[in-house]
Design a protein around this ligand. Structure first.
Ligand SMILES: Cc1ncc(COP(=O)(O)OP(=O)(O)O)c(N)n1
Ligand SMILES: Cc1nc(C(=O)O)sc1CCOP(=O)(O)O
Ligand SMILES: [Mg+2]
Length: 215
């Protein structure tokens, strides 16, 4: 477990992505199954509706004392006093977020190109999304697939916490952790499951399995 990011199973959620239950129910069931951190990623809501959703979700994350990350929108993150924000190359840069928000807030930043590891944005970020490990129908505007070799390359170049995202599930979580990722982020593997609690448990047990093998 990374000392600066003690979260190994990361749920990225939106109302749209939840198939069998409403989003808040999926969030609660998945936390009971082992999700350690949640990002609210609502790409089609205006700021006011996004804030309402975030407030409702934060009641749940606060109840279970787990961190809430807001995707893209600093106004929403500020309004709900979230643990942090996640941004990518088309969003407000981490340096600007740092100037406009509390210094102690967590900033996640997507890595799409190896050269980004040398830029100021990566230096300011607290944790990095490896974007994507594998291409996924959930987000199609991605650049390349990092794959297992990509994780190893990035791991060798930075000590920052690495979050693996893109078609992650119980079948590939263990090898991704073994390759150097600190955390597995998922949408579909939990949000489309008929049993989000069990889905989270299965991924978590694969993450733990790998840790035991490394002892
Ligand atoms: C944990 C995590 N990693 C990567 C992303 C992708 O962020 P971004 O590149 O800004 O794309 P959008 O999610 O905004 O479409 C993420 N959200 N979370
Ligand atoms: C939100 C997000 N960001 C990605 C990136 O590559 O940056 S992939 C992704 C969606 C991941 O969904 P699923 O677990 O269903 O594959
Ligand atoms: Mg973004």
């Amino acid at each position: 477990m990374h000392p600066d990011f003690p979260y190994q199973l990361y749920l990225v959620i939106s109302e749209e992505s939840c198939v069998h239950f409403p989003m808040l129910q999926v969030a609660e069931m998945s936390i009971e199954g082992g999700v350690d951190i949640i990002q609210l990623r609502e790409k089609n809501l205006d700021t006011s509706a996004f804030i309402k959703k975030a407030e409702a979700l934060k009641k749940i994350t606060d109840k279970y004392r787990i961190p809430l990350i807001i995707n893209d929108n600093l106004d929403v993150a500020k309004a709900v006093d979230s643990f942090g924000i996640h941004v990518g190359n088309s969003d407000m840069p981490p340096t600007e977020i740092q100037q406009k928000w509390d210094r102690n807030k967590a900033i996640g930043y997507s890595i799409e190109y190896l050269e980004q590891l040398e830029n100021e944005q990566t230096q300011v970020a607290n944790h990095l999304g490896i974007s994507p490990i594998y291409s996924t129908a959930t987000k199609t505007d991605t650049v390349t697939e990092w794959g297992i070799e990509g994780i190893k390359k990035i791991r060798a170049l930075t000590p920052k916490p690495l979050v693996a995202i893109g078609r992650m599930d119980a079948g590939n979580a263990a090898e991704v952790i073994k390759a150097g990722a600190d955390c597995i982020a998922v949408v579909s593997a939990i949000c489309t499951s008929e049993d989000p609690k069990k889905a989270a448990e299965k991924i978590k047990s694969q993450i733990h399995q790998n840790q035991h093998e490394n002892l």
